[in-house]
Design a protein around this ligand. Structure first.
Ligand SMILES: Cc1cc2nc3c(=O)[nH]c(=O)nc-3n(C[C@H](O)[C@H](O)[C@H](O)COP(=O)(O)OP(=O)(O)OC[C@H]3O[C@@H](n4cnc5c(N)ncnc54)[C@H](O)[C@@H]3O)c2cc1C
Length: 593
């Protein structure tokens, strides 16, 4: 709280009034600044939220209503049962994104029971599966922020994790292109930023010709660049799944299609803090010793359910396009050309061209404030702004785009991560408002949250020991496409199903798909298979492999073909049999021939 609360509140009131938002009220609520009232547009609400931030309060509760815009509703699974009723876990993590799964893996080092509850039909279905896969170097965040510290530490940790958890990590480095010669004048600022944040590697300014040598197809508009060699790339969903599988192999339990809808709490015995006893879900009530809030865009709602509402989230949508893998040889580094004068998107790193470990190129992301926290639509406006970024490489044009997608960042008004134990609930920890660079930061966030969790459990009277059997290593699914001829022959001679190619675009074998269906946190949907082994991720979008994948899923899981879905819920693919053995078209047509 600021020292002179009234003076600060009045200052915010004056600024909001000056912006013409006369129907907005400003007050203090339990250490946070609360905005109520009504405005005409979403951008007015966003403007007011930022005016309230950075004034020394704990958080901003932006409760302003917007004419004609309903509050975003959390989607929860339609199905309900009581299969988890009465279960009990020492630690319950809400959210199966990269943050929740990395925390589960860190916590699995201890001898405690862990549950991860994810409302979607698979892991990494929200921001963690809809991002750019960049392991940012840690340059973009302002020095002194949590974002900066976790990003740099997380970036470093990825080297060991890629080896332990068997996922692909490459470090092509990133080049921040200068738009104009005068940008060279601020290179000392860039250097200072790198030094203060502790960014790894031999970061340096490059001349125009050095940039051209490193990136021969770069736009002629560039006037040099700033090189950050520690920037890396991963497959974000494969990383999430790797964390989860290793956690599961070490005892953590994962429950998909399981939404947290409320909590039961008691006042704590010896102080004023409350204490969560049970987590309410669509599958029953679960007792928990500790609740960890890693719920992404819904982390403020989970905080509210738990009785600790002090911040609010606003969704910032980003759209990306995917370029065909034939483009990969023409782009060596992550490349962007942010405009330092762009005040419209001052909370975005600017987007650009990002090579993917899978061999494609990503274009984006854009940044747009949106009311819908699960609004994954794409539109022509975003596409047009992506085309500007496409022009960074002279070999690329829009005919090479094979797909688009959107994700929504969980931004708070202070624009920094919230990673802390609750001040009001003794067994609640927040890993909230993890917008970009959340993927890069997740390993470091997980280390700290696990330490906070052990501390909270011990404060609650539990003695937490290390799990002696903890195995930090995971063996991923073999990737037939990436193998040498000798390795492939050897694998196929052991198991011929690795020689039966089901997805021709991405060269994915039956053996790999079968492995995805039997992995420690198995794929239960067609998209789940795609996320794990890339069947259907190529140029034909599953036109060839989809029927084969569905058939194999039915054979391996015992599910009816008609019960197999694209992404859970009502996304069924087949509705009935059209060529049953007893079906006789002639009979049906009444033909006598
Ligand atoms: C377009 C875009 C590009 C990005 N690019 C990068 C990048 O290149 N590098 C980088 O470091 N970061 C990037 N980010 C940010 C990064 O994706 C996120 O910071 C990170 O994925 C956040 O992980 P998370 O686990 O906190 O959230 P999420 O992945 O959103 O996971 C939260 C999970 O909680 C679940 N959940 C919510 N409420 C409940 C409930 N009540 N019950 C049960 N489950 C619930 C949700 O379904 C969700 O799966 C990008 C983000 C976007 C949108």
């Amino acid at each position: 709280m600021p020292e002179n609360t009234d003076r600060v509140l009045n200052k915010v009131r004056r600024r909001i009034k000056k912006a013409g938002l006369a129907d907005v009220q400003v007050a203090e609520l339990q250490g946070s600044i609360q905005l109520t009232g009504r405005v005409a547009s979403w951008s007015d609400k966003v403007e007011a939220g930022y005016m309230a931030a950075g004034n020394g309060f704990r958080g901003v509760l932006n409760d302003i209503a917007v004419d004609g815009v309903a509050d975003s509703e959390m989607s929860i699974p339609a199905a309900a049962d009581d299969s988890l009723e009465g279960r009990s876990f020492d630690a319950v993590i809400v959210g199966g994104g990269v943050v929740g799964c990395a925390i589960a893996r860190e916590l699995a080092r201890y001898n405690i029971s862990i549950a991860v509850l994810e409302k979607e039909s698979d892991l990494a279905m929200q921001a963690s599966g809809r991002n750019d896969g960049m392991i940012h170097p840690g340059f973009a965040a302002s020095p002194g922020t949590k974002k900066a510290a976790y990003n740099v530490r997380g970036n470093r940790l990825y080297t060991r994790l890629a080896e332990e958890l068997d996922f692909q990590l490459e470090r092509p480095g990133s080049i921040l292109l200068y738009r104009s010669a005068w940008m060279k004048l601020i290179v000392p600022v860039f250097r200072n930023r790198c030094r203060r944040n502790g960014v790894d590697g031999n970061w340096r300014s490059l001349s125009k010709s050095e940039v051209r040598r490193m990136e021969p197809n770069v736009t002629k508009r560039q006037q040099g660049g700033f090189f950050l060699p520690s920037a890396g790339i991963v497959s974000p969903f494969r990383v999430t799944i790797a964390f989860a599988e290793n956690a599961a192999a070490n005892g953590a339990e994962f429950f998909l299609n399981t939404a947290v809808t409320g909590v039961d709490s008691l006042p704590a015995k010896h102080n004023q803090e409350s204490y969560i006893t049970k987590v309410l879900t669509n599958r029953g009530r679960i007792s928990c010793g500790l609740l960890i809030n890693a719920a992404g865009v819904w982390s403020d709602k989970v905080a509210e359910m738990a009785g600790d509402r002090f911040f609010s989230i606003h969704g910032r949508k980003g759209t990306d396009a995917i370029l065909d893998s034939s483009c990969r040889p023409y782009q060596n580094h992550i490349t962007g050309m942010p405009s330092l004068l762009n005040t419209k998107n001052k909370h975005s790193k600017g987007g650009g061209l990002v090579p993917c470990v899978e061999g494609n190129i990503l274009l984006g992301p854009t940044a747009e404030e949106v009311p819908g926290r699960e609004d994954y639509s794409t539109d022509a406006r975003s596409f047009d702004s992506l085309l500007e970024q496409l022009a960074l490489n002279t070999q690329f044009d829009k005919s090479q785009i094979i797909n688009y997608y959107s994700g929504v960042r969980a931004a708070n008004w202070e624009e920094d991560f919230i990673i802390e134990p609750s001040r009001h609930v003794s067994n609640l920890i927040h890993a909230a408002a993890i917008q970009s660079p959340g993927l890069a930061s997740a390993p470091a966030i997980a280390e700290d949250v696990a330490a906070m969790a052990v501390n909270a459990l011990e404060n609650g009277g539990m003695s937490v020991g290390l799990r002696k059997s903890f195995n930090p290593r995971r063996q991923g699914i073999p990737c037939v496409k990436e193998m040498s001829d000798e390795e492939r022959s050897e694998l196929i001679s052991r198991d011929p199903s690795y020689g039966e190619i089901m997805c021709r675009c991405e060269m994915v074998s039956k053996g790999e798909i079968r492995d995805a269906l039997h992995s420690p946190v198995p794929a239960t949907t067609v998209d789940g298979v795609k996320r794990r082994v890339r069947a259907g991720a190529g140029r034909c979008h599953g036109g060839f492999c989809l029927p084969r994948v569905i058939k194999l899923m039915a054979e391996e899981t015992g599910l009816e073909l008609t019960n197999i879905t694209k992404k859970g819920g009502v996304s069924g693919i087949l509705c009935c049999e059209t060529k049953a053995e007893s079906y006789d078209a002639d009979e049906e047509n009444g033909s006598e021939d």
